[in-house]
Unconditional design. Structure first.
Length: 171
């Protein structure tokens, strides 16, 4: 089960999480791609994909993701399972918490991706987010907040990785 993990990161948090995921799942299982350097169509060689995206500047997509945003439209995600994790700050930017993850979710889903890794909103405090499911009870991927809840990240990651590994196998 080879997994491709794509991430973009301005101050290093999303990159740290990518490396943590690689360590937790095993380096032979996860290939890392920084979207600042890699083409998103490298995902074509994989059926299992993880994408990590932080939100910047009041609900905007992180700049390196922004640079490849239109390239994603050229990628066919049908037959692929895709799990997202988002980085954000629920206190400092609670009106736009993880918005970029929601935008990425809708884009990849529209290109045929089978989206997995939805995550309950319990334990987070925020005002609004574009990264919610229609019923508002879950995020469309793992919510990571290194600014306000760093101490919860490792446990969240462990639980989420178990969840997505079993969801990846459900195909
Ligand atoms: C200027 C600025 C704007 C930000 N805007 C948002 C935002 O709109 N929504 C959000 O959830 N987090 C926001 N954040 C928090 C970042 O997403 C968070 O710090 C994240 O961990 C950064 O990830 P990175 O280090 O991988 O770039 C912002 C942070 C800064 C400094």
């Amino acid at each position: 089960m080879k997994i491709a993990l794509f991430y973009g990161s301005t101050t290093g948090n999303t990159e740290d999480i990518a490396e943590q995921i690689q360590r937790m799942l095993g380096s032979e299982q996860v290939d890392l791609f920084d979207v600042a350097e890699a083409a998103v169509n490298e995902s074509a060689a994989y059926d299992l994909i993880i994408m990590g995206v932080p939100t910047w500047d009041y609900g905007e997509i992180q700049p390196e993701w922004e640079d490849v945003w239109e390239d994603i439209d050229q990628v066919d995600f049908s037959g692929k399972s895709v799990a997202l994790y988002g980085l954000g700050d629920q206190i400092g930017y609670g009106e736009w918490f993880l918005d970029a993850m929601g935008l990425l979710h809708d884009k990849v889903q529209a290109k045929g991706g089978r989206m997995v890794g939805y995550w309950p909103i319990d334990g987070y405090q925020f005002e609004a987010s574009k990264a919610l499911t229609n019923d508002g009870k879950r995020f469309v991927g793992l919510a990571v907040d290194e600014d306000c809840q760093h101490e919860m990240t490792e446990q969240r990651l462990q639980k989420w990785l178990q969840q997505i590994q079993s969801e990846f196998e459900e195909v």
